[in-house]
Each structure stands twice: as C-alpha cells, then as structure tokens.
Design a protein around this ligand. Structure first.
Ligand code: CDP
Ligand code: MG
Length: 823
C-alpha cells in the first residue's frame, strides 16, 4: 500500500472513530497482530455490537475497500486476478451462494478457488454494507497453506496480514478484531466446534481440498450436514480440485455443483522409458538376482501389500514386461523396495538443467528424509550445486513457517529454482513458475489393518488423479514437461482415486473427538460418513480409549479423556505427556512424545548400517530401550548445539539435524498445550517438573503409561528370548532397534510404539520394562477370577499377588487416576 493511501485510510479510520462509533473492532488492529495465541477461540466482534456501531463498521469497511481498490498500487494485482479462470465465474458463483445453502465447486488447481472464492464473498459482503456481519471461514488441510493463502489474499487486497484477512493454526494465529475472512486448519475448526457447536456468527464456511478425503474433512462434513438445518443462514461451499464433485453433491442432498474451467498450457509427458534414454542413467539394483528376488518376494505373505506391488511381482512372467529394456526392468526391481533412487532424480534434474530452457523444476518426493538427502546430493553436484545459478528450496508440511514464502518468489532471470516437495505441492500450494515436474509416483500413506491392529506409514503408489495433478503443476505459465520416473505400465495400473484416510487409519483420535463434540455413539455417528469406516476399526478404537481410561464403560468421556481431547495428538502420546508432568519427568516425556508424534531422528545410511547401529547402541547404554537412545541422542544434540558442534555431532551419530530441530520445536508447542490445560504452571519454573528426568527407571515407567496396551511378553527360549503379543502371538524386534541384537533381557516385558507387518510382524522402537512398571503404570487392572492375583489385557497377562498387595496397588492406582482425571 502506498504511503499516501495508508495515510488516507488512517484518516478514514480515525474519523470514523471520532464520530463516536464504538469501533472497538476496527482500528485496534495492531493489538492482536503477530501475537502467538494458543487455541484462542474463533470469535467475532459483531455479536457484541449494537446495531448502530455495526452499521458504522460496515460503512468504514466499505469505504476503505473502495479506497484501496481504486489505488494504483493494486493495478498489477488486479489484472493478475482478472486473468484467473475463477474471475469469469464471479457473478455466477455469488448468485449460486446466495440461492443455495450448499455449493460444490471444482476446478483445476491454480484456477483461483482458494484465493478468489472466499475473497469474492468478502468483497461482496463489504460492498453490500454487510461487512460487520460477515464472518467467513475457509478451512485448509495443512498449516502451510492456511498461512500462505491468507498472506496472498491480504497482498491482493493491499492490506497487512491480520487485518480483514487472517489465519489461525494450532498454537499460532494472525488476526484481529477486524478480521472478516479467516483461514484456519480443519483441525482448528473442529476444536472450535467443541465450544460452539452451531458456529454462531459464522456466515460462510468454505471447506477446501475435499477431494483429498482427509480424515478431518470427512469428519467435518458429517457434522456440517447435521448442522445445516439448525443454521439455515449459514452458507457452505465445498471446494475440490479434481472432478469427483458428484459424490459430495449427493451427500448434501444433491447440492448444486459448479465447475470452473481452467486454463493450463499443454504438458508433455515422459515415462521412465524415455527418461532413462535421455539421461543415460543406469538404475542401480540387484538385477542379476532379479528372478530369485521376485520369487522370494512372492512367497512373503504380506496381506497388506498394495495391489501395484503385487502386480509388479508378477511382471517378470508377463510377456509385456519381457519387452521392456534392461533399464526399465532394473527400475522395476528397484521399486520393490520403497526407497526412491535419488541418483535417477539427480540425473533427471541435471539433464533438464543442461538441455532444457529456463523455468523452475518441481520434484515430488515422499518425505523429509528424501528431501534432505537430495538437498545434500544436489549441493555437492558439480552443475546444480552452484548457488549463483541455482536456488534449491525444500517444501514440506512441517517446515517452519518463515521459510515457506521464498518458494513463491521468482528468482532472478539467470537463476533456476528447484523445489523439492512432498505432495503438499500437488494441490494446496501453487508455485507459478514451474515448467518441469519430476514425479516418482509415490506418496507416504498410512494404512491400518483392523484385524491385527497394525498401523503403518509407508510410501505407496499415488492415484491417477494425483498423477494428473502433479503433471498439471508444470503448465501454469507456459507449456511444460513432466518426467515420470516410472513406466507407463505402472501408471496404467494406478487406482483412479486415493482411498479416504478415514478408511485407512486407526480411529482413536477421531472417536475421542466425536465424544467431546457430544455427537452420540461413535458407531452410529460414523455410519453417516461419506464412506463409513470398518466397524471393527471403530470397535478397536473404542476399546483402546477405554483401556487407557479416556472413556468409561458407558463410552462416556472421562475427565482424562477430556484433557486428551485438548491435546491434538494421538491419545496415547497425550497421556504420556500428562504422566510426564505429574511424575516430574517432563523433559523426557516432551522429547519422546515429539519424536513419536513426528519422526525418529536416527537416519539409516545405506552402506554404514553397522556404524549407525553402534551409535544408537551407545546412546541406549544398557537401558534396552530405543526411546532412551532417542532421548540421550536429543540431549547430546542440545549440548553439541550449545557448543557450536551440531553438524559434526549429527554426522558422527547418524542423526538428522532437521528432524531434531523440528522435535525441539514441537516440544515447545507441547509444553504450551500442557500449560493451557493446567498440567504445567510455567511460573513455577522447569525444575519443578523435572525432578525425576534423569531417573531412567522413572522414564521407562512413564513410557509404559503412555504406550500401554502395546505390551509384549519376553519369554526365554533356550539362549534367546521370544516375544509374544496378545493380538497376533509371536512377533520379532525390528532389525533397526537397539534390542534387535540382544539375546536375553533383564526385565520380563517390553512396551513398543508401533507394530508393523512386512516380512514378519515387527515391533518398532521398544523399551524393556519391569512388571512393577506395568502394574503401577499400565492400564485396566482386574483382580483374577480366582482371587489370587491381578489380570491385565483381558487376562492375557497374569500376576500373582496376595490380597493385601492387590489392595495396595488398587489404592495407588486410584490416587493416580484422580491426578489424571483432575478437573
Ligand atoms: O485454489 P486453486 O488451486 O484453484 O488456486 P489458488 O490457490 O487460488 O491460486 C490462484 C493463483 O494465485 C495461482 O495461479 C497462484 O499462482 C497464485 N498464488 C500466488 O501467487 N501466491 C499464493 N500464495 C497463492 C496463490
Ligand atoms: Mg486451492
């Protein structure tokens, strides 16, 4: 905004103030700006205002909007906006919203749905003098997009972020009393619904990216469908990138749909066959062993294998496959693992940089690990590593928000931008100047095996819809090229759409949320979903919540459950945090919880596995615990960071500095959460909560409390130990665990973070614990039927004890329950 305009707007606002209007709302913008607000409710001023002050506010908003829009400084922005496909649909859109309570809008990514449609509503409301009454909320599945879109619209309106347009994400917000259009994550809105089930005062709600079928979005639309009759004035707009709008329309009683025809330049497509020829890259794989490998793989009984992997395993007998070149066959072989061949990605980037005209390159990878590995590789590359010619930027959902803005900026003409992204760049974030897309065809996806209560997060093939989206990212400003690093054969076999998240994740967090919103019984509520989840998955979730004490026998929320609802994390991890604060073991609980909620900081180097294992063992000491190893590694890193030795420390110990920094960041967020719900009083100082932080037995007990009922029995079999779980019987320790090489364990039980099924069922990240830890900190103790001891896990574990000991333990547990359930 030019200074002249600024002055005039300032005058305008001041004059409206001096007319005596109680505009607490309008001018006090700065008060809220930039402040970190934790879990502040989404509230608006309008409900507290008198009619006349509202009127004055509406007038002031309108005058300001007109003034700013007429200014020269926005000319360029305006003409950019007018070129977007959404602009041509403006009046049709506004009319449809006026006439219908629900509208489903679809349109190619980049056509202007997210930045324009909410803005059209805002402009319209303000110019019709309804500014004071309008409260528009637009949900985003990810934090990054909530911020970047709010910033973009503010710029398009010639305002600062947090004035008319703001954002709110978990533990961070930028908005003011004046804010009329708020971008928030879907999770923030869901939590808001606890306090305000009718969304009082919200005039328009836009739910973005519904095609992704994220759990939160699928959950939200069930609630909204029930809410609509109670709020006939509320307008609901669902926005989707791909054209499966009909399904959503049907769900909302055949709500009208609107399609924004997009314009993108043609994008040429090369499959692996061409790429290998162009780059002359030779895929590294154990090809000579191929026949043997695939036979062996076929023998593995992996019930949860994705259909493409299965198909691929039969390819070697397929005549089509025989026709493929050696390179393609090698690459198919390489795929049977989930690792991306980063050498091929690097070669493709190099090829483009040498042979193709300028334009940004967007690379789709599956996660932070790959992004940081490729970053390192490229920095060492003779050509691309030259920072005067290339700008290499990572883009990841959990990246610190400050780093995200330069992604959108155009580099100087002699510099090429290379963005290494996860599938966040698929539809939520549009980088305009991308001309080349490199796509490996995979994304990290969780899956859930309800029968065996197994959850895993593994890279799997994307859908055709996603592949199409990714390709489209190259044609925004000029004709583009998409390099698909997989054969056409794989592409043809990809499923049309991705499976909804609600159908492939454990449901305990969702069930807890359903209870806290008082939406009735979980089962009958979830039957109303667009695609209802497996009843067994629902049953498992309820059972688990009862086991950890979040629900009582009647499936009602306990006060502990209520606390866990306020911690937007897996309930087990939430409970670990609460126990950590109660037992003055806070630092370890924060570190371990953050790592469990995010990821393990230990990296697995391909050729130096033994050294890496030794480093991890060193941290574990004789604790027989991956969690302790992690804790010690984190503490070591903190220390090394203080003494300026971070890089060397991480290198020597096979740790990812990026992950450690994120864990550190999350620890702070968790601490704020604990303080918000009253389990930590920051004014008492950190020491009070860390009396036992160096007592490893106490840390293991807290781990037991958090990880229960993930328990295995360690049984001696000759010179070795065998491990058994209640659900699936015998399991193995994951080869990456510090416990993998140990034959006999000092203590009889193991708690673990996760069970995964690959070649066999493995428990990942385990900690050896005593029976006392289990009895005092585990869950659901029941006196044995015979009266001579205690049963746990529905009788799977039995402890003999005298009546008086049982009585004592029950008393202790009763006191602990009181602490956890305090109000
Ligand atoms: O939501 P949809 O994918 O339909 O498009 P959008 O996010 O509204 O983006 C519309 C246009 O605004 C795109 O062409 C982007 O290039 C541009 N945009 C931008 O320059 N900076 C942003 N932070 C967001 C969008
Ligand atoms: Mg969008």
């Amino acid at each position: 905004m030019s200074t002249d305009i600024e002055r005039r707007v300032g005058n305008l606002l001041n004059s409206s103030q001096s007319t005596g209007a109680t505009l607490s709302s309008l001018p006090s913008i700065s008060a809220d700006l930039g402040q970190k607000q934790s879990a502040a409710p989404i509230k608006y001023v309008s409900s507290r205002q008198t009619d006349s002050s509202k009127e004055k506010l509406s007038v002031a908003l309108k005058e300001r909007q007109e003034l700013v829009q007429a200014s020269d400084s926005l000319k360029e922005m305006k003409s950019f906006r007018e070129k977007l496909p959404a602009f041509k649909m403006k009046s049709e859109f506004l009319k449809a919203v006026q006439e219908n309570q629900v509208l489903v809008v679809s349109g190619e990514t980049g056509c202007g749905k997210t930045t324009q449609l909410p803005q059209f509503l805002l402009e319209e409301e303000i110019s019709c003098l309804r500014g004071a009454d309008c409260n528009i909320i637009c949900t985003q599945p990810r934090r990054v997009s909530a911020i970047s879109v709010a910033a973009r619209i503010s710029a398009e309106r010639g305002e600062s972020l947090g004035e008319a347009v703001g954002y709110q994400i978990r533990l961070e917000s930028k908005r003011s009393a004046e804010t009329r259009l708020l971008f928030c994550t879907t999770g923030v809105l869901l939590r808001q619904l606890v306090q305000d089930p009718d969304l009082t005062g919200v005039s328009h709600l836009l739910v973005d990216e519904i095609h992704e079928r994220g759990m939160n979005e699928d959950f939200l639309i069930i609630i909204l469908r029930d809410l609509l009759p109670r709020r006939p004035d509320l307008r609901l707009i669902l926005m989707s990138a791909t054209i499966n709008a009909d399904m959503f329309s049907k769900y909302f009683a055949n709500a009208p749909t609107m399609h924004i025809p997009g314009f993108t330049y043609p994008v040429a497509e090369h499959f692996l066959e061409d790429v290998l020829e162009k780059t002359r890259y030779s895929i590294k794989s154990d090809f000579d062993n191929f026949e043997g490998n695939s036979r062996r793989r076929r023998k593995q009984q992996d019930s949860k294998k994705d259909p493409l992997t299965e198909m691929f395993e039969d390819i070697d007998v397929d005549t089509n496959y025989k026709n493929y070149s050696l390179g393609v066959r090698k690459s198919l072989e390489a795929w049977s693992g989930s690792q991306i061949d980063l050498g091929l990605v690097e070669a493709t980037i190099e090829y483009i940089c040498r042979n193709e005209a300028g334009g940004a390159i967007l690379v789709f990878l599956t996660g932070w690990d790959e992004i940081s590995k490729l970053l390192d590789k490229l920095k060492g590359n003779n050509l691309v590593g030259d920072p005067s010619k290339f700008l290499i930027l990572p883009l990841h959902g959990s990246m610190p928000t400050v780093n995200q803005c330069e992604i959108f900026e155009r580099p100087p003409p002699n510099k090429r931008k290379i963005v290494l992204a996860t599938n966040i760049a698929e539809s939520s974030i549009t980088i305009d100047d991308v001309v080349y897309v490199i796509d490996w065809g995979k994304a990290k996806e969780t899956s859930y095996d309800a029968l065996n209560k197994l959850a895993c997060l593994l890279p799997s093939w994307i859908s055709k819809a996603s592949a199409h989206q990714r390709r489209g990212r190259a044609g925004r400003v000029q004709p583009g090229v998409c390099y698909r690093l997989y054969p056409k054969l794989i592409h043809d076999a990809m499923p049309q759409y991705q499976l909804a998240e609600i159908l492939r994740t454990p449901l305990q967090e969702l069930c807890l949320h359903i209870k806290s919103l008082q939406l009735g019984t979980v089962g009958s509520f979830l039957e109303k979903a667009l695609q209802p989840p497996d009843p067994l998955a629902v049953k498992n979730a309820i059972e688990l919540l009862k086991t950890i004490g979040a629900l009582d026998e009647q499936e009602e929320l306990t006060p502990l459950g209520q606390h866990l609802c306020n911690i937007p994390l897996d309930p087990n991890i939430g409970k670990m945090l609460l126990m950590g604060s109660i037992f003055q073991c806070l630092n370890p609980a924060l570190t371990i919880a953050a790592s469990l909620a995010y990821r393990n900081p230990f990296v697995l180097p391909i050729n130096r596995k033994e050294e890496a294992d030794a480093a991890k063992q060193f941290f574990a000491g004789d604790s027989c615990s991956d969690h302790i190893a992690l804790l010690k590694a984190f503490e070591g890193w903190k220390e090394a960071k203080r003494s300026g030795n971070e890089k060397q420390f991480c290198w020597d110990n096979f740790l990812s500095p990026a992950t450690l920094r994120l864990i550190d960041n999350m620890r702070m967020q968790f601490l704020n959460l604990l303080s918000d719900i009253g389990f930590v009083d920051k004014s008492r100082g950190a020491n009070v909560y860390n009396q036992y932080s160096h007592d490893l037995e106490m840390v293991c007990a807290i781990l037991c409390a958090g990880l229960y009922p993930n328990v295995v029995q360690c049984k001696r079999r000759g010179k070795r130990t065998a491990f058994y779980t209640k659900e699936v019987g015998k399991v193995d320790i994951h080869p990456a665990s510090v416990n993998a090489g140990i034959y006999l364990f000092p203590l009889p039980y193991m708690v673990y973070s996760e069970k995964v099924k690959t070649t066999s069922i493995y428990i990942k990240d385990s900690t050896n614990i005593s029976d006392y830890a289990l009895l005092l900190f585990g869950g659901n103790l029941v006196p044995s039927k015979s009266g001579e001891g205690i049963d746990m896990l529905g009788g799977y574990l039995h402890f003999s004890a005298s009546k008086s000991v049982i009585e004592l333990i029950r008393k202790l547990r009763g006191e602990l329950d009181k602490l956890l359930n305090r109000k």
